[in-house]
Design a protein around this ligand. Sequence first.
Ligand SMILES: [Zn+2]
Ligand SMILES: [Zn+2]
Length: 172
Amino acid sequence: MQIRWDEIPAEGIFFRIEDGGWVPRDEVVCQAPPLCTVSLKKEAGRVLFAGTLHLSVVLDCDRCLDSFVYALAEEFEVVFEMLAKEEEAGIAAEHCCKSSELDVVFLAEPVVDVFSVLVQQLYLALPEKRLCSDKCLGLCPECGVNLNRCPCDCTQGTGASPFQILAKLKVQ
Ligand SMILES: [Zn+2]
Ligand SMILES: [Zn+2]
């Protein structure tokens, strides 16, 4: 979905995207259709893009490898500026780095690709560490059983059990 800057009215535009067609399906699995809102506003030669992402994403747990649903709710803001002429480019870039915490994206053409912004923000919002639960017990390194579902006997007698370590500490 491409929006030219000159298509954005002075009061700005706001719309909802309830279709998940923009989600890269081979990489991100959604449990339900995502809901996004987008607002675009022109201001002092720039375009402010504010949006929200609401998705239920199916992820694989890093510890137990089971899939789980992660409810993602994210607000973001991106500022688009036109790429300055060659001699001004250096100054503009410098100014941008100093000025704010906002993401500033420089464009060669006055066109905002809404879907690619959503995809980028989706990737930024996905958790780095993916755990089905903080208390996830993971897989047994010996027999591979998912310890969230059922315990196994492997740790008994190996000396690695937390209870045995605790017992040693008490003796000292
Ligand atoms: Zn897990
Ligand atoms: Zn085991």
